[in-house]
Design a binder for this molecule. Structure first.
Ligand SMILES: C[S@@+](CC[C@H](N)C(=O)[O-])C[C@H]1O[C@@H](n2cnc3c(N)ncnc32)[C@H](O)[C@@H]1O
Length: 359
């Protein structure tokens, strides 16, 4: 089978999948942590970006927030708490969540808020507002390609009495126009992310799609020192590179190819507004939060906020590995949103002189 199918079963099988079976645990005590587990600061900064987006759209009254891949609902809760005394206090928030046990967790976390759920983006009604996600795209199933004699072959998963193995397909992939790489070079591709982007774009009448995740550009992923690809498995903060061992017991992930994401989103009718690392994003977007702290005495809780902010934007922790990418639909921005004011021009992601990656 394609590795993407194996990964879909290992992570999302209703009985034994890592995410579907309630084994996944995010946070300090869990398998891995995300910007959300650092504290409510991340949600507070996103809330101020959402206010800015709402303002740029002309303050529409029917503005909606849609989160996909929200895990236990913590980020949605942090955002809604931060919006409580703002004009977006009544904005409707919808969680796109196919897994029943996660809907239950989200419902407990968000018990003080009025939110609703749908199982997939195709169930969305036409909306004006923002689709946002943190670490969703890295969790989407991907396939693995390996270079051999100047061509690319897919690694397929085979099962026998001894377990699962990778076998290199003898067919070459003519439909994946990647540049040649030395024998054994591996790269991951997400063939199915375009379906998700198309479903959201079809229903987004006016507004934005904001995705935050770890990853890099296509060219960076194909750099000589990344010949082994970026696949990694996580369980209890231990990392390994053996996805075929103990499926269902650990997370399987690979860096997001932001070039492929930008090209897929553009092909789905979205317009690229900006791409930058979390360090630059937070430096640009955290001004309202820092201003709000100026009025407060320096207490333990304000110091905690500053420490969280430092963890999120420090180049050696989460500042450079994580990236933010913003797309618009029928809402092109005359000047960048504050989170992208320090970003370099991101048009190079769409430059067709570089080979497209999506199959
Ligand atoms: C790495 S976790 C990130 C959780 C959370 N956003 C955070 O930052 O802490 C990835 C999440 O994406 C979810 N996910 C993966 N594919 C999805 C899909 N097609 N629709 C909705 N959620 C999905 C998984 O169930 C999991 O909760």
């Amino acid at each position: 089978m394609h590795f993407s199918r194996f990964m879909e079963l290992a992570l999302y099988d209703q009985l034994d999948g890592y995410y579907a079976s309630n084994r996944a645990s995010v946070g300090k005590e869990g398998d891995f942590f995300t910007s959300v587990s650092v504290g409510p600061v991340f949600g507070a900064v996103l809330a101020s970006q959402f206010l800015e987006m709402w303002d740029r759209l002309g303050q529409p009254p029917d503005f909606q927030l849609i989160e996909q891949g929200g895990n236990d609902g913590r980020l949605a809760c942090d955002i809604l708490n931060a919006l409580a005394d703002t004009p977006l206090a009544c904005a409707r928030l919808t969680l796109i969540e196919p897994l029943a046990h996660l809907r239950e967790k989200q419902s407990a976390t968000l018990s003080d808020h009025d939110v609703r759920w749908i199982e997939g983006p195709e169930k969305l009604e036409g909306f004006q507002g923002i689709h946002f996600s943190n670490e969703l795209f890295d969790a989407l199933p991907f396939d693995i390609l390996e270079a051999r004699s100047g061509l690319w072959h897919e690694l397929l998963v085979h099962a026998d009495d001894e377990g699962f193995h990778f076998n290199r397909s003898c067919q070459t992939l003519a439909d994946v126009p990647l540049p040649p790489r030395p024998d054994g070079f591996q790269v991951e591709i997400r063939r199915h992310q375009r379906e998700l982007l198309q479903a959201v774009s079809n229903r987004l009448q006016r507004g934005f799609l904001l995705a935050i995740d770890y990853g890099m550009t296509h060219a960076e992923l194909l750099a000589p020192h990344r010949s082994g690809g970026t696949l990694a498995c996580y369980a209890r903060h231990q990392r390994d590179a053996a996805p075929l061992e103990n499926p269902g017991e650990k997370d399987i992930t690979a860096h997001v190819d932001f070039t492929a994401l930008a090209r897929d989103a553009t092909a789905c009718g979205l317009h690229l507004e900006g791409y930058t690392d979390q360090h630059h994003f937070l430096v640009g977007a955290s001004t309202p939060l820092l201003k709000s702290l100026e009025a407060l005495p320096l207490t333990r809780s304000t110091l905690k906020i500053l420490r969280s902010l430092r963890t999120l934007l420090h180049p050696e922790t989460m500042g450079t590995q994580f990236k933010s990418i913003l797309f618009s639909k029928n809402a092109a921005l005359a000047k960048p949103l504050s989170g992208f004011q320090h970003a370099k021009n991101s048009d190079y992601l769409l430059d067709q002189r570089h080979a497209p990656i999506s199959a």
